[in-house]
Design a protein around this ligand. Structure first.
Ligand SMILES: Cc1cc2nc3c(=O)[nH]c(=O)nc-3n(C[C@H](O)[C@H](O)[C@H](O)COP(=O)(O)OP(=O)(O)OC[C@H]3O[C@@H](n4cnc5c(N)ncnc54)[C@H](O)[C@@H]3O)c2cc1C
Length: 409
């Protein structure tokens, strides 16, 4: 008897949802991706994808295309707002140790490459925009998903990859609002070639209750982020560049030039949210992935990298005969992996938010002493080396020759 191929419904066409779609397709599993937004959006900014994430991208067969524009990172500098450095992490060495670089990439590039790869894999891949998941019901044989366009679709499995404010999570675990970190991030993109930002250089600078990071995401394109403590739900009155220029006046050069070279309309403001690690991500035929499962603040640059890892582990587990047990095994592995990272990122965020001058002095002293000697080593061990399991890319599996099940089928 031949087994019917699985159909997996994915709620959310962000990095996690698209990576999961690609990983599942490569294992011969059918996917249907439903995205609430009317077009696949990129969030308008850049991402640091550490070597654990690029190993996953290479395993998915898309790294070479991403590298056509994404610069390989050579060094990550940490320092004070004046530019005194606590430590410089030679992340370019990861290429020798893991055979894969750490990169910076525009979100739009990652989205485009993943979408194209899912669609190119075979012609019946479905990525439907303007169709948010609004509810679901499961029974012993499958899951029925209700969409915002009124359609109902049925599959074997539902993956909630719909971000920190997605719809699958409350349907599974109940309504629990995300946790506000106490700080707000402004992000933007400047067209700037500057001798102080040679290709592959990342800066993270700490001030009192404020931070500024910048790095190149393409030749002559600098992504930056300004972070400051404040109440949630606020809006900028007027041109945010004036507020930001004032906040970072006297900071290390070329921050003023970066801000001046950023078009006003390219600046995105957002309250930074996360959640404490959860004990449960799923039930029966439904599970969560990416930020829907384990939102990680940007402080360690691992949120998207972990969504990529989730995608590969999920596909590995679903490549077996019992999908419900496969989901529980996936959750067990990934909860263990991501819970510690959620907590580390939260703590580094608290450290970055300090405003008391004495505590800031202690922070600077501590960072100077432990950052290069200890933190880089621990971070490499805990964040990067996990992904060496994906060093050797797989041989693709052909898809079974049949069409999608549709509503009521
Ligand atoms: C300021 C900032 C900087 C960051 N920097 C980094 C970094 O350098 N490196 C890194 O690895 N990570 C970084 N992250 C984290 C990273 O952005 C996230 O972890 C990553 O985008 C998670 O991907 P996702 O697909 O799980 O969720 P999302 O990117 O949030 O995608 C979810 C998708 O689901 C859709 N959706 C929502 N609700 C529904 C619904 N009901 N039905 C259908 N679709 C729905 C949304 O429209 C969206 O397209 C950063 C985050 C922030 C905020």
């Amino acid at each position: 008897m031949t087994q019917r191929p699985l159909t997996v419904i994915i709620s959310g066409g962000g990095i996690g949802g698209l990576a999961a779609a690609l990983a599942l397709r490569q294992r011969g599993i059918r996917v249907r991706v439903f995205e609430r937004a009317t077009e696949l959006r990129d969030g308008g900014a850049g991402l640091h994808i550490w070597t654990n994430g690029t190993l996953a991208l290479r395993y998915l067969g898309v790294l070479d295309e991403v590298l056509e524009t994404a610069p390989v990172q050579h060094v990550t500098h940490f320092g004070t707002w004046r530019g005194d450095l606590f430590g410089s992490w030679p992340v370019g060495d990861f290429i020798d140790r893991y055979g894969c670089p750490t990169i910076a990439v525009e979100r739009s590039v990652l989205h485009r490459v993943l979408t194209a790869a899912v669609s190119a894999y075979d012609t019946d891949a479905e990525i439907r925009t303007g169709a948010g998941v609004v509810g679901f019901e499961q029974d012993a044989s499958g899951v029925t998903v209700e969409l915002s366009d009124g359609d109902r679709v049925r599959g074997d499995i539902l993956i909630g990859a719909d971000g920190i404010h997605g719809a699958v999570r409350p349907g599974l675990l109940g309504e629990h609002p995300a946790r506000y970190t106490g700080y707000i991030a402004w992000r933007g993109k400047a067209q700037l070639l500057h001798e102080k930002i040679p290709p592959g250089t990342f800066y993270a600078l700490f001030g009192p209750g404020t931070r500024f990071t910048f790095y190149d995401v393409a030749p002559g394109v600098v992504h930056w982020m300004s972070v400051a403590n404040g109440a949630p739900g606020g809006r900028d009155s007027g041109d945010p560049r004036e507020l930001l220029a004032q906040r970072h006046r006297g900071w290390m050069s070329p921050i003023d030039e970066i801000l001046a070279a950023t078009p006003e309309q390219d600046i995105i403001r957002g309250d930074v949210m996360d959640r404490a690690p959860d004990r449960r991500w799923g039930s029966g035929r439904v599970t969560l992935l990416g930020d829907a499962a384990h939102p990680i603040t940007f402080n360690i640059g691992q949120g998207a990298c972990q969504a990529l890892e989730d995608a590969l582990v999920l596909a590995e587990e679903l490549d077996t005969t019992d999908p419900v047990n496969a989901l529980r095994r996936y959750e067990k592995q990934r909860r263990k992996r991501t819970a510690g990272l959620q907590q580390v990122a939260w703590r580094i965020g608290r450290l970055g938010a300090l405003e008391n001058p004495l505590l800031i002095r202690a922070r600077e002293l501590g960072m100077r002493m432990v950052w290069p000697r200890l933190v880089f080593r621990i971070a490499e061990r805990d964040q990067i080396s996990y992904a060496t399991r994906w060093r050797t890319p797989p041989a693709p599996k052909p898809l079974p020759d049949s069409t999608f099940q549709t509503d009521g089928a």
